[in-house]
Design a binder for this molecule. Structure first.
Ligand code: CO
Length: 464
């Protein structure tokens, strides 16, 4: 009879644990960034304090450089730092074994949501450090329900059956013989922003918005495979099933399969990463991430949805009045300013280029407006090409900061004319009864506000 309270206690713990996890990630990054190489990169509040403190203590930069070297040693590949690279040879070609790695001075990383087990968990993309629209494969957010399976591609098959003319089984080699397509698309978890419904909770844009990423994907259109098998009259849904320990399964409207669904085997010019579904995943452009079934092994055609666990107990949206929204598959238009964003520090008044990302599951982004006064006035931002359907779009907006407190917001409109709402507008429609701690979980596409204080520090706030 205390179930509700127990649930509340559990979600409370998860909530607090997530705040702690973000704090750990922030302090880890600050430790690694205590080096001159990052100067001019608008460091975090704490680091600026560190710099000021160091300047007061050390009359020369010597102490500083040695801490730099220590930080570098703790980073990925450790190479000697040359005092003058024009006076000695660089390191030999291909010394890293032939698969490249980034500079030891770069340390952006995903961090994990502190769920009870590491197998059922997720990681966030560091959007605050992103450039352009592509997410490096190694920084693409992850969501796993039962760990990452290790699958031999030579043994992997995809079975297509149910309401088909001929049931067929395809090997990876079979699939790769079909004509392929390559497209850039975002994937966003429908739980992106779940901690932000009731109050500003996490500090950084990685924490508030890091469950979205964009890759270039290559594979075979699902329509090709459906034609290959033949589809019976009355077919309306397709079950997609993964080959992981959760046997992750979702029902997908067959119209989506005919439209733009892809059986993906490559990501950003190479094979899919294991954590992205190697060797085969379903990609449903603009649909919530969990429907893009990874390690895909089976498609079953039917005249009705299959009512799997992931569309009954999970991935439904409890709304006010005790009702639930089900099969909320399309991701609504959303945008966020990635620079400046939470936990950054602007070094002083003057010119800054505000930049961020906008995306919609209903097609292309048509417009992004930016406000620097908390939504009193809006101005149109510049959209950087390419502007692709169901893909992150980068926007830019020039800003002269007066040095006075400011509230930065972005608001996007997609090609259907839909405009991103405020969080309050979402709450007015859906209520806050969907989760005891968070208020609601899925489909928070509300406008994000970042408050810039007079000292230049940037904070996550709610502002309507
Ligand atoms: Co949904």
């Amino acid at each position: 009879m205390n179930r509700k309270n127990d649930f509340d206690k559990k979600s409370h713990t998860v909530h607090e644990a997530m705040i702690e996890a973000e704090n750990r990630a922030i302090s880890e990054r600050e430790k690694q960034e205590e080096c001159e190489c990052k100067d001019g990169m608008f460091p975090t509040t704490n680091r600026r304090k560190f710099l000021t403190g160091m300047a007061a203590i050390a009359s020369t930069g010597t102490a500083f450089l040695s801490s730099n070297a220590v930080a570098a040693t703790q980073s990925n590949t450790d190479h000697k730092i040359q005092s003058d690279p024009t006076k000695e040879l660089g390191r030999p070609t291909n010394a890293d074994g032939g698969y490249g790695s980034r500079s030891q001075f770069e340390n952006e990383a995903r961090w994990r949501y502190p769920t009870a087990t590491r197998e059922s968990s997720w990681t966030m993309t560091p959007l605050d450090k992103s450039s352009g629209i592509i997410t490096p494969s190694s920084l693409h957010f992850e969501r796993h329900h039962a760990g990452i399976p290790n699958i031999n591609p030579a043994k992997h098959t995809l079975t297509v059956h149910g309401m088909v003319g001929t049931a067929k089984k395809f090997t990876m080699a079979d699939l790769k013989r079909f004509p392929s397509v390559t497209r850039m698309h975002f994937i966003e978890c429908s739980g992106n922003g779940l901690t932000e419904w009731k109050q500003p909770t996490l500090k950084t844009v990685q924490g508030t918005h890091g469950l979205t990423s964009t890759s270039e994907w290559t594979g075979v259109p699902v329509s090709t495979i459906l034609r290959e098998c033949g589809i019976e009259d009355g077919a309306a849904w397709v079950l997609a099933e993964g080959n992981d320990a959760a046997v992750m399964s979702r029902s997908v409207p067959i119209d989506k399969m005919w439209d733009d669904a892809i059986l993906v085997y490559a990501q950003n010019g190479e094979a899919l990463r294991p954590e992205q579904g190697y060797p085969l995943r379903l990609l449903l452009p603009g649909f919530e991430g969990n429907t893009c079934i990874k390690w895909l092994r089976r498609l079953e055609v039917s005249n009705k949805p299959f009512m799997t666990r992931e569309e009954t107990s999970k991935y439904t949206d409890l709304v006010k009045g005790g009702k639930a929204r089900q099969f909320t598959l399309t991701m609504d238009a959303k945008s966020v300013i990635t620079f400046p964003s939470g936990n950054m520090l602007l070094p002083g008044q003057g010119f800054y280029e505000i930049t961020g990302l906008a995306w919609s599951g209903r097609g292309r982004i048509k417009r992004v407006d930016v406000s620097t006064d908390g939504g009193i006035s809006w101005q149109t931002a510049e959209l950087q090409t390419p502007i692709l359907r169901n893909c992150h779009t980068r926007f830019r907006f020039p800003w002269q900061w007066s040095g006075k407190p400011a509230i930065l917001q972005s608001r996007c409109t997609d090609e259907t004319g839909y405009t991103q709402p405020t969080i309050k507008q979402l709450i007015d429609v859906r209520g806050l009864d969907g989760h005891p701690r968070f208020g609601s979980i899925y489909h928070n596409n509300g406008i994000q506000s970042w408050a810039v204080a007079a000292d230049g520090s940037v904070q996550n706030v709610h502002h309507y």
